[in-house]
Each structure stands twice: as C-alpha cells, then as structure tokens.
Design a protein around this ligand. Structure first.
Ligand SMILES: Nc1nc2c(ncn2[C@@H]2O[C@H](COP(=O)(O)OP(=O)(O)OP(=O)(O)O)[C@@H](O)[C@H]2O)c(=O)[nH]1
Ligand SMILES: [Mg+2]
Length: 306
C-alpha cells in the first residue's frame, strides 16, 4: 500500500434514496453497487421494503438504503411502505432525492420538499433519466429545483445507461464523514438469498402482468433447499393474489403465464446463486391481504427496526 493511500481519509455513512414511485431509485442503487439486488419495473410501487446495500472501495464505504416510493397510501400495505420510508429518513448521513427531468414541480414533489424542509440531513438532488431529454434542457431543470431548496449538490444522471453515475459516487463520498468500515468488503446486502429470490419472482410477475393485478401480489418461498453436492437448489414458491379472477390470469391459458414468470425468475435466481435452480410455482388467493396487518406481516413486510 502506498503512503498516500495509507494516510487517505476513509469515509463512510448511510445514504437514503427517496422519491416518488417509478423515478428509478432501485435502478440507480443497483447501478451504483454494480449488481442487481433490488427489483425494478415500470409499475409504480415496485419496492415495498427497505433494501440495504453496501458499496466499498479504497475511498470508503457507502451504505445505501433503497425505499418504497412516496405516494398516498390506499391500504395498510401502503401505510407500511410510507412508514418504512419515513423511518429511513432519520439517522442517515445523506439523502438522495431522485426526480425525473421536468421544469414543473408537481404536487407529489412539493409534498416531498415540505418533508425535506423539516430534516437537518443534507439533501442531494439527483435528476434521473436524463437519457430521455436533450442535454441543453438539463440546466433549466436544475434551475427550477435550485430555487426551491438549498441542495448539497445537484447531479443529473441516467441510472439506466450509467451516465454520470461515477460522478455521483464521487460526490456522495465528499459529503460523507470520516468513519469506520461498518461491513466487511464482501458484504453487498442485508437481504437473505431467500428474500431476493422471492423478490425476483415478484419482479417477473410485475413485468409480465398488466394493470392492477401486479399490485396485489406477494410471493412466499415455501422451501429453498440445496441438493447434496450443491449442484442444484430446489425452490417451491407461492404467488399470493387478491382474487380468483386474478389467479386465472396469473396462471394463464394452458399455464403459459405462470410458466413464463417461472422461466424468467429462474434465470435471475441462477445468476444470483451461480447454481442451477429447480423452481416450482403455485398461486393462491387471499382476499384483501393488503388490508390485513397479520397477512402483511406473514408475507414479510415488517418494520426494519423491529
Ligand atoms: N429511460 C430511463 N428509464 C429509467 C432510468 N432509471 C430507471 N428507469 C426505468 O424507470 C422504471 C422504474 O424504475 P425503478 O428503479 O423500479 O423505480 P423506483 O423509483 O425504484 O420505483 P418504486 O420502487 O416503485 O418506488 C423502470 O422501468 C426503469 O427501467 C433512466 O435513467 N432512464
Ligand atoms: Mg424501487
């Protein structure tokens, strides 16, 4: 190790990603850590739990906290998601507020601004999806937001294309305090493999199904067991939905939809585990589970602080 390295400051801290549903928080977090941990989709309210990931290099360690998008709760699951986001805002070193590139600050964004004005934590504005607009427009968007709040920094990026995301990491480090390495450098996430596998199945359901059905889905892993010799993992999982009619759509004609969800999910889980997967999927109806405290908990949505 060179002398400069030895003497360099090691910075570390907790960084929350917040913003409205669908702005690209999970896509950005995956990009910044260089791995797919959080699921993403073009349906709002994809993320339901707080997902912690860790990025470590010689400059320091960043612990990212991906949160559910901020929206008006319409059921108990929505209330739970709002609490997860709210509790994450406390005790972080830096908040990354993601927005889409527009020159109009809508009601959703105004509500978030009002909340941010109540916290002391530095807030960095990340204007995501800049691949969708002309370069010369970006300064205008920056200007609109700059007038509203005293941001620690404003960084335009494309999480999807990886544009300017290295600069974002640099900027994050400059705002973190000198600190310890909280996790060893091999740690990437706090999510157990079982949980990520369930999420990957839910992602494929979100991506393959239309309309309101995906919002009422939860996934339970009934069994995840490695066979002797470690060459194969058997996974039995149940997709929970809210209505009998939804069950029919999830299974699809001749079972084709369920097969597609299973094939897509298996591929991702095999990538994650590096092992062949034998995945069996079932579908069950639990009416209005999103309004039942006990079912929400059964399906894995619990306060991260508990
Ligand atoms: N064009 C473009 N699309 C993006 C970019 N980042 C994310 N997306 C897309 O935006 C959609 C939402 O992305 P997510 O990462 O799931 O958004 P999120 O903010 O985590 O959403 P919730 O979990 O529902 O709050 C997906 O279809 C992404 O592919 C980007 O930089 N450019
Ligand atoms: Mg998300």
């Amino acid at each position: 190790m060179s002398d400069t390295k030895k003497n360099a400051t090691f910075r570390s801290g907790f960084v929350a990603l917040i913003g409205r549903p669908n702005v690209g928080k999970s896509t950005l977090m995956n990009r910044l850590i260089g791995q797919k941990i959080a699921i993403t989709s073009n349906k709002p309210q994809t993320t339901r739990n707080r997902i912690q990931t860790v990025y470590t290099d010689e400059r320091g360690q960043i612990i990212f906290l991906d949160t559910p998008g901020i929206h008006k709760a319409r059921n108990k699951l929505g209330e739970y998601m709002a609490e997860v986001t709210e509790s994450t805002l406390k005790d972080v070193d830096l908040i990354l507020w993601l927005v889409e590139p527009t020159d109009y600050i809508g009601a959703g964004e105004q509500a978030i601004l009002a909340r941010l004005r109540k916290v002391d934590t530095p807030v960095m504005l990340v204007i995501n999806k800049i691949d969708k607009v002309k370069k010369e427009e970006i300064l205008r968007f920056i200007d609109v937001y700059r007038k509203e709040y005293d941001f620690a920094a404003i960084v335009p990026v494309s999480a999807l294309k990886g544009e300017n995301t290295d600069d974002l990491t640099d900027t994050i480090f400059t705002y973190l305090p000198e600190g310890p390495q909280y996790y060893d450098e091999d740690t990437v996430t706090d999510q157990p493999e079982r949980q990520i596998a369930a999420e990957m199945i839910r992602e494929k359901a979100l991506r393959n199904l239309e309309d309101e059905i995906p919002h009422g889905i939860a996934v339970l892993i009934d069994r995840m067991k490695e066979r002797e010799g470690g060459t194969l993992i058997d996974i039995d999982a149940t997709i929970i939905c809210e209505r009998e009619s939804h069950k029919g759509i999830i299974i699809g004609k001749k079972g084709l939809m369920l097969k597609k969800i299973g094939t897509d999910a298996r591929r991702d889980i095999e990538m994650m585990t590096g092992t062949k997967i034998n995945l069996k999927l079932w579908v069950k109806v639990k009416e209005n589970w999103r309004d039942s405290d006990s079912l929400i908990r059964n399906y894995g949505y619990r306060d991260p602080e508990e």
